[in-house]
Design a protein around this ligand. Structure first.
Ligand code: CU
Length: 356
């Protein structure tokens, strides 16, 4: 029995039902990732599957029928994550420096990534993406990691730090680091730097699987002289391989496909908006961000205060990230999405809603 391939499905369906219907039609209603994995190509035509949208319907089946993701059951809401920054527990050290402490714990948890589509995720702190850790250049950082998952994991931070704090299997094992077994803990200790937008993720093997399952988060190091006051937004571009064929079926910003299409991100007219954008996409070589009817200044990795580009589209490979700054001069709704339109139609699109 042929296994469902998103790419095969899209290419075979494009001529008959249109890519937008092909994408999530299958996932509407009561279908789950487990169910998806057992479907063959015949079940994926989007026309004879019981969960499929009616032929000719141009929207996204699950949403068109009023289906929504149960944020409460998930324990997180992309509309909250988008402005949720975790500054840790702050202590002033005798030498005047600021110490920040966090507790990251890994769990195995089922999450709903599109209406009716449940995914057996591995999480940091019961959410995907994990908490957005935020500090200032030069801070003393202590991150206690407890592995409450059934699998060994690590936390690998991007930034500058000693080898034994790198969260890689085989490095730092002599002090209890390296690969952290279920039930074990380890404290990563290093100083924050350089300033910019970074990320953290599990680095256990097989690496692609450990990242794809959801073990990643954003790590912001603010410059000592803070950036200008702004409405700041967290956007982690991710996706999910729901049938374990090493290709993604659902794409998103902050995990839930189409979330910001249904719940637009409200911003104020003429106010400075700063987007922290990270691509953690596994299995696809590249991701992108495109904004409609506006342009933004782009600061790659956020390590310089001078933008390098004024544009409406940027691309990022996995692990690449950058800061976008812009204002919206007109009220109304403005779409943002991957300009790899295949991803957009599988969940990676949303709206800003500009209000006075
Ligand atoms: Cu892992």
């Amino acid at each position: 029995m042929a296994r469902f391939s998103r790419r095969k499905a899209l290419s075979s369906l494009a001529a008959t039902v249109g890519a937008a219907t092909a994408g999530l039609a299958h996932y509407g209603g009561s279908g789950t990732a487990t169910a998806a994995a057992t479907d063959d190509m015949a079940g994926m035509t989007g026309m004879d599957h019981p969960a499929a949208a009616p032929a000719g319907h141009s929207g996204h089946a699950g949403f068109a029928r009023g289906g929504t993701v149960d944020n409460e059951a998930n324990g997180f809401d992309p509309s909250v994550i988008v402005r949720d920054f975790d500054y840790g527990t702050v202590t002033k050290l005798p030498d005047g420096r600021t110490q920040r402490e966090w507790h990251l714990f890994a769990t195995d948890k089922s999450i709903e990534i599109a209406p009716g589509v449940h995914y057996e995720a591995w999480t940091f702190n019961n959410r995907v993406p994990g908490p957005t850790l935020r500090c200032t250049d030069g801070d003393v950082l202590r991150i206690r990691f407890t592995n409450g998952s059934a699998h060994p994991h690590t936390v690998h931070f991007h930034g500058i730090h000693p080898s034994e704090m790198d969260g890689v299997p085989g490095l730092g094992e002599e002090i209890g680091g390296g690969l952290i077994q279920p039930g074990e803990s380890f404290v990563y200790k290093f100083d924050a730097g350089p300033f910019g937008l970074h990320l953290y993720h599990c680095h256990a093997n097989p690496l692609a699987e450990h990242i794809a399952k959801g073990l990643y988060g954003m790590f912001i190091v603010d410059p000592k002289e803070p950036r200008a006051e702004a409405d700041e937004l967290v956007m982690v571009m991710n996706a999910f391989d729901t049938n374990f064929d090493f290709a993604n079926e659902v794409y998103a910003v902050n995990t839930v496909g189409f979330h910001y299409l249904n719940y637009p991100i409200k911003v104020k007219r003429d106010a400075l908006v700063r987007i922290y954008l990270v691509n953690v996409l596994e299995y696809d070589p590249i991701n992108s961000f495109h904004l409609h009817a506006n342009f933004f200044h782009y600061f790659p990795t956020g390590t310089s205060l001078t933008p390098v580009e004024y544009t409406d589209t940027i691309s990022q490979v996995q692990g690449q990230r950058g800061i976008l700054e812009l204002t919206f001069p007109y009220p109304g709704k403005y779409m943002f999405h991957a300009h790899k339109t295949e991803f957009a139609e599988l969940g990676w699109m949303g709206f800003f809603e500009v209000v006075d």
